[in-house]
Design a protein around this ligand. Structure first.
Ligand SMILES: [Zn+2]
Ligand SMILES: [Zn+2]
Length: 344
């Protein structure tokens, strides 16, 4: 093994570089993983621009990765060299108010790989063995690279609780919107509507089983959705864009007594206008969903392993690590790219 490796590191907002750094050494209870692939997502763009808190710079980005364990440190049980794994990126103390209530995302000491400590956009990454999920044989490392985003979508679905027969409107046909189409159908939605201006993404949404594809620039969304729901409005709206206008749309189009899943990450300091009267008079339920952890990971692995969800349709750009800076910048400007995977 080499002493140094390549890593995509954020030095300051807007300053992302491909650096040569020492290969990290796993401490007690940790393992070293040779990264196979790592996805780039909208959150990475937010982090890179300084729109999402990343306190420890320089930071190696990347929180959606799969790989193979190459070194096991002292105190590790249940995982061995050569195991193919994904890593629940959320590391927490395990004994605070939130951790003991099964809400480790809110642990004051929570640390996420690729957000607070070095992530997977590198040749190697160190992770606590306790956060590893060993992959079943029939699940490829390529497909497993989608476990993290799918786990996040499963968490959102758990939070919003789609009921059999519900009508669902998904705002945004990006990688997460597509996952929500598939999961909403699995939950028994009677009609899945998707609002997405990009024609390529709308076509993909159709492939994932969306019943109605709406171009919000063609038809005012409130009219389109009203027509499709007999003037009632959708039972559930999933915001999977992270922009203020789509968040405001969610509030205006959801049916009276309906539910909104706040799924898309908006810039940290952005504000929306919300009339409390609407929440009151429409009896709205607005539910946030931040990230997947705990059993959403093995459940995502099970769905992928059983072929219930095929990320191969979403991943339309696979680039070598040497081109990671260009890939990140390209994703920020080119809407025709849906999902980039970096091959380490
Ligand atoms: Zn992500
Ligand atoms: Zn804690």
């Amino acid at each position: 093994m080499h002493d140094t490796m390549t890593a995509l590191r954020l030095h300051a907002p807007g300053d992302v570089r491909l650096d040569t750094v020492p290969v990290p050494e796993p401490g007690p209870g940790e393992v070293l993983i040779k990264v196979h692939r790592c996805g780039i997502c909208g959150t990475d763009l937010h982090i890179a621009k300084g729109n999402f808190p990343a306190p420890n710079l320089p930071l190696t980005l990347g929180h959606e990765f799969s790989g193979t364990v190459t070194t096991v440190a002292a105190g590790v049980v249940g995982v061995g060299t050569g195991d193919r794994v994904v890593v629940d990126i959320n590391i927490a103390c395990g004994h605070c108010y939130f951790c003991v209530r099964g809400q480790k995302l809110f642990c004051p000491d929570v640390s996420q790989l690729g957000v607070h400590r070095a992530g997977g956009l590198a040749d190697y990454v160190v992770a606590p063995a306790a956060n590893l999920h060993v992959l079943p044989e029939r699940l490829s490392l390529n497909t497993a690279t989608y476990v993290e985003p799918l786990a996040c979508a499963i968490h959102g679905q758990d939070r919003i609780g789609i009921r059999t027969g519900d009508t669902v409107l998904i705002l945004g046909g990006g990688p997460m919107g597509l996952a929500h189409i598939a999961l909403s159908r699995l939950h028994g939605a009677s009609k899945v509507m998707v609002s997405e201006p990009d024609p390529g993404r709308r076509a993909l949404a159709g492939k994932f089983g969306a019943d109605e594809l709406i171009n919000p620039f063609d038809t005012p969304l409130d009219e389109a959705v009203s027509d499709l729901t007999n003037g009632i409005g959708p039972d559930v709206v999933i915001e999977a864009v992270g922009s203020i206008s789509t968040y405001e749309t969610a509030v205006s189009v959801v049916r009276r007594g309906g539910k909104i899943l706040a799924y898309g990450a908006a810039p940290q300091t952005a504000s929306m206008s919300l009339r409390p009267f609407d929440v009151y008079a429409k009896e709205l339920t607005i539910i946030g969903s931040y990230a997947g952890t705990y059993d959403t990971w093995p459940r995502a692995i099970a769905l992928l392993a059983e072929g219930r969800f095929d990320p191969g349709l979403i991943v339309d750009s696979i680039r070598p690590l040497a081109e990671a800076v260009e890939a990140l910048n390209g994703l920020a400007t080119d809407r025709s790219i849906v999902k980039v995977h970096i091959q380490a």
